[in-house]
Design a protein around this ligand. Structure first.
Ligand SMILES: C[S@@+](CC[C@H](N)C(=O)[O-])C[C@H]1O[C@@H](n2cnc3c(N)ncnc32)[C@H](O)[C@@H]1O
Length: 214
């Protein structure tokens, strides 16, 4: 898996939907950035959350299991190599659906945070969408419903202080090209998602949750 992500690194660094957007703005705002705030960006990918937090004055460490993403530290979310309460805030954007164990990952994020954990991820929209997502990208594990996300936060000892939904109209062809879905699988993905595609864009949804340690 790690090598696959390293090969994709440049595509995720330049991807328009990852680089900017109101969802990224909200993740950054809910991190409560500022001079001297210590932040961890988990599954940093193209480094967009880390970059924005640095621009806002934070001291940022980024972590990702794929060396090609050029994180500060190479590690999976399920095993964060940091002491308890090392950061004021831990952020994780559009990545948890790739984690083998989302509960272990959230427990780790809560453990290494002194106060806040901010997570954005795509929301579960049914088994057809899951099938399409896995076909598009075999590293997809699973998206979770809004209720499941609340449970995962609660189990990690985090009180959900705010949450917001984003309806995302994602351009289908760049979305397939970014992870190099083979043509035959891409055709099946378009078929599975046909009722969600309008004008070349697929309607997906994400949620941003802001948690505070109990
Ligand atoms: C879509 S990218 C992340 C996007 C990025 N956070 C952003 O805001 O642009 C998904 C990332 O998850 C990472 N990843 C996959 N499995 C992981 C795991 N178990 N723990 C942490 N990161 C993982 C991949 O290496 C990849 O960099």
């Amino acid at each position: 898996m790690t090598d696959v992500w390293s090969e994709r690194a440049e595509a995720f660094r330049t991807s328009a939907t990852h680089r900017e957007g109101p969802d990224l703005d909200l993740v950054v705002e809910w991190c409560e950035p500022g001079e001297g705030v210590q932040a961890l960006d988990v599954a940093t990918g193209g480094g967009h959350v880390a970059r924005r937090l640095r621009e806002a004055g934070c001291e940022v460490v980024s972590v990702d299991p794929a060396p090609g993403m050029r994180p500060t530290v190479v590690a999976p979310a399920e095993h964060l190599p940091f002491a308890d309460r090392s950061f004021d805030v831990v952020a994780c954007r559009i990545a948890a659906h790739h984690f083998d164990d989302v509960r272990a990952a959230l427990a780790e994020m809560a453990r290494v945070s002194r106060e806040r954990v901010v997570v954005q991820d795509n929301v579960f929209l049914g088994e057809r969408v899951e099938e399409a997502e896995k076909l598009r990208d075999p590293t997809h594990v699973r998206c979770y419903s809004e209720d499941e996300w609340r449970e995962v936060f609660a189990e990690a000892g985090l009180v959900v202080e705010a949450e917001r939904r984003f309806e995302r109209a994602v351009e289908v062809e760049p979305w397939l090209a970014r992870v190099e879905t083979p043509a035959q699988d891409a055709a099946r993905v378009r078929e599975l998602l046909a009722d969600r595609i309008t004008d070349g864009r697929v309607a997906l949804r994400s949620i941003v949750l802001k948690g505070r340690k109990r």
